[in-house]
Design a protein around this ligand. Structure first.
Ligand SMILES: NC(=O)c1ccc[n+]([C@@H]2O[C@H](COP(=O)([O-])OP(=O)(O)OC[C@H]3O[C@@H](n4cnc5c(N)ncnc54)[C@H](OP(=O)(O)O)[C@@H]3O)[C@@H](O)[C@H]2O)c1
Length: 318
């Protein structure tokens, strides 16, 4: 089968399409015929060597959608031919950028017919991250206000939709050309993150009770300044928090909870993916797929996911 691998760590140019053996399902795994594989910033961290891989060459990619081709021992919930989608591959096990991938059963869920494979491949990492941030960590209540920094991004555009579905009022920041798209996805207010009066504008629109932050180096103090007392700020980005706090007293005074998270810590990704898929099937949320790429262009897709500005997700097709 064909798979996108890196034989050494480096830039997007180290990705090559290779002929490799098809995977065998280990205990608790299924083998999936991959119809589409989502592209995420984290895929580039493994490629660069910032995150460890067990061996080289290595198949990258964390997200997939496809049909079950083979079921390993100990797997009860899936059968050959089931439509599935999943996340969390490529971390200690071969990834999803391949015509077939072996996936632990607790990393996948059934994909309803209403969601096509390309959307399914786009949903895993970003949907599960938005879920962990808003449902698990921030426990957003209906009628609360949520601020999503970077609402145009993969995580951001799903967080907007999930927060709206939870009944929240949603503020988002983004490059100004994406404002209309994000309002169509459910944002009540969209702010250009480069405006100098951003904090005043957010507070005037309604102080947030929860914040999804993917750039902690820039927004630690900002978040404290704009939130309501008792707010939860969920930090998902990989920046160092070197911006720090100018005024730790304000953080104390408002009793702000800062919760940093890693999706890799989720006990059972399947238990997050299943309700997300239900929401997708009911039309409550849908990943926006900005562009699809062939495997041969995986390097260009990984460059674009870090460098280009667009709404939503990039997806590879074998
Ligand atoms: N902790 C975890 O478990 C976890 C899980 C998933 C992702 N992540 C991390 O979270 C980050 C976002 O992931 P993603 O998939 O959403 O990435 P993405 O699709 O590349 O989105 C990046 C977003 O950042 C926005 N942005 C750029 N500069 C900004 C600024 N100064 N202020 C506010 N927003 C700014 C972009 O907005 P414009 O394009 O509109 O300029 C874009 O919406 C990545 O670092 C990723 O590795 C962590």
């Amino acid at each position: 089968m064909r798979a996108v691998r890196f034989h050494e760590h480096g830039g997007p140019e180290v990705l090559t399409v290779d002929e490799v053996d098809e995977p065998e399902p280990e205990y608790g795994q299924v083998v999936v015929d991959v119809e589409a594989a989502g592209v995420n910033p984290v895929d580039t961290y493994f490629r660069e060597g910032a995150y460890p891989v067990p061996h080289l060459p290595f198949i990258g990619g964390g997200d997939l959608a496809g049909t079950v081709a083979e079921v390993g021992q100990g797997v009860e919930r899936f059968a050959v031919g089931d439509r599935v989608y999943g996340t969390g591959l490529g971390n200690g096990m071969p990834g999803s950028y391949a015509e077939q991938a072996a996936a632990p059963a607790d990393h996948i869920a059934h994909l309803p017919d209403e969601i096509d494979f390309i959307e399914g491949a786009a949903l895993g990492t970003v949907g599960a991250t938005a879920w962990q941030a808003l449902v698990h960590h921030a426990a957003v209540d209906p009628a609360e206000t949520v601020l999503v920094h970077g609402g145009s991004g993969g995580v951001g555009h799903l967080a907007i939709q999930l927060a709206e579905t939870m009944g929240a009022r949603v503020h988002a920041t983004a490059s100004p050309e994406h404002a209309d798209d994000l309002e169509a996805l459910g944002a009540d207010e969209v702010f250009d993150y480069s405006r100098s009066d951003l904090a005043d504008a957010v507070v005037d629109a309604g102080a947030p009770d929860a914040v999804v932050d993917l750039h902690m180096d820039q927004y630690l103090q900002f978040n404290t300044d704009v939130v309501n007392t008792g707010a939860t700020v969920v930090g998902i980005g990989n920046d160092t928090a070197e911006g720090g706090f100018d005024n730790i007293g304000a953080t104390k005074g408002k009793e702000v909870t800062f919760q940093f998270m890693s999706l890799f810590n989720a006990d059972d990704l399947s238990a997050i993916l299943a309700p997300l898929a239900d929401l997708g099937a009911r039309g409550e949320l849908a990943p926006v797929v900005h562009r699809t790429y062939d495997f041969e262009d995986a390097g260009e897709a990984q460059r674009a996911v870090l460098e280009d500005s667009f709404v939503g997700k990039l997806v590879l097709e074998p």
